[in-house]
Design a protein around this ligand. Sequence first.
Ligand SMILES: *Cc1c(COP(=O)(O)O)cnc(C)c1O
Length: 448
Amino acid sequence: MLLEDASLKALLNTLPELDRGFADLPSFEAPLDADRLLAVLQQVAGRMHDNYPYFHPFYAGQMLKPPHPIARAAYMLATWINPNNHALDGGRASSAMEKEVTAALATLFGWKQHLGHLTSGGTVANLEALYIAGQIHPDKKIVASEQAHYTHERISGVLKLPFGKVAANSTGKMDLEDLEAQLREGNIGTVVVTLGTTGVGSVDPLADILLLQKHYDFRIHVDAAYGGYFTLAGNLTPEIRRHYAALNQVDSLVIDPHKHGLQPYGCGCVLFRDPSVGKYYNHDSPYTYFTSHELHLGEISLECSRAGAAAVALWATMQYFPLEYGGEFARDLARCRQAALDFHARLAADARFLTFYPPELDILVYAPKAPRASAISQRSQELFDRAAARNLHLALFKYPTQHLTTLWPEMEPDEPYVTCLRSVMMRPEQVDWVEAIYGILVEEVSVQ
Ligand SMILES: *Cc1c(COP(=O)(O)O)cnc(C)c1O
C-alpha cells in the first residue's frame, strides 16, 4: 500500500486513553449504522481517486504538501471531542495548546513578546494583519510587490484601505528604488514584505526595507505564509539568511502551518509583535466568554468558531518535530531546498531547457527552449500534459516577459507573459527523486 496506516493503528491505541478521561460519566451510545457508514466511506475513497497524488514524490507541481501522520492522527483524535477554539468554553485544552504553539512560533522569529493566534489559513491571517494596519493608519496606503500574493490587494479592497503595487525586479523581489520613490511621496502606512513569494519563491529584501524606516514612518507586515519555516533551513544563502534574520524587527507576520508546517488544511497563524494591538479586537459577546477570566482566543481574532483540532494537530507535530535549528524538521526543510537546487542545476546544464534564477527556497521555474515567448508558452503546456500522462505532475506559471529578457536574451518577446513550468519541491524525499523526475522530462521534451 502507498498510503500509510501506522497513524491509524496509533489512533486505535490512543482512543481508549482519551475515553478514560470521561469515565465518570454515565455510559451512553449514539446510534450508528456501521454498514451504511462503511458503504459511504467506500464511495468517498472512490471519489478521492479524482485527485493528483499530492502525497507522492512524483507530485512536483503546486504548493501542496502532505500532512505528517502525527498531524493526521492528532487532528482526528481531537475530533472525538471536537473542541472549538473560539472560547475556553468550547475548548480549554486545545486553546492552551494553541497559545503554546503560537508562542513557540513567535520565539522562532526571535520575538520576546507577541499577540497571536491560529486562523483557518493564510488569507484570514493576512486579513487580520491588514485589519490592524488599517486601524493604526486608517487613511494610509498598504503597498505590496507585484509578485506578492493577490490576496493583499483583495483584502485591502474588502477593508476599504487604499492599496498600491511596488514594482518587482527581474528576480521577483520588491524593487527598493521604486519602494523608496513611493515612500517619498508619502501616505504609505504599511509595506507588505513577502518572504517566499508564491510564484517563484523569491525573498523580498527585508533587511534593507527595515533601513528605510529610519527615514520614513511605516509599518512592516511580513507575509511568510509559505516561506516562514525556512528560517530553520541550514542551507539558505547568506544574503537570504540576512533577510530572515531581520524578522525579529517586523510589526506583524503570517506563517501557514498548512503550507510547510506539515498540517492538514485549516491552519494559518498571525503574529503581532506589540501585544497592545489586542485593543483593536475589543468586543463584547452576549454568548461566549463566561467560564474564565483568562484570555479566550475569540477575544483577539476575527473568526469565531475555529477547529481546536487544528491546534491539537500542530501541537502534536511540534512535540514530534520541535522547531530546532539543526533538528530533524530543519533538516527536512533544507532537503526540500536541496531538491529544488539539484533539479534546477540539471535543467540549467541542459540546452533543451530555459531556467529562472537558482531557487532561493524550494520553488523552481523552467521551460522547454523555443525561439519566441509564445512558442515557449505552448511547449510548456505540452510538456505539462506529456509529463502528467507519465504520472509526473508539474504546475504552470505565467511570468512577465519583460522580466525574462535579460535572463533569456535569445527569446523573441512576442507576448506580454510567458507560461513556464513550476515545481514546488515540498517533499523532503524528493531530493532522492530528482534524477527520475528530470529523466521523464528529458524523454518527453525530446519527442515534443
Ligand atoms: C498561500 C499563500 C497565501 C494565502 O494563504 P492561504 O492559506 O492559501 O489562505 C498568502 N500569501 C502567501 C505568500 C502564500 O503563499
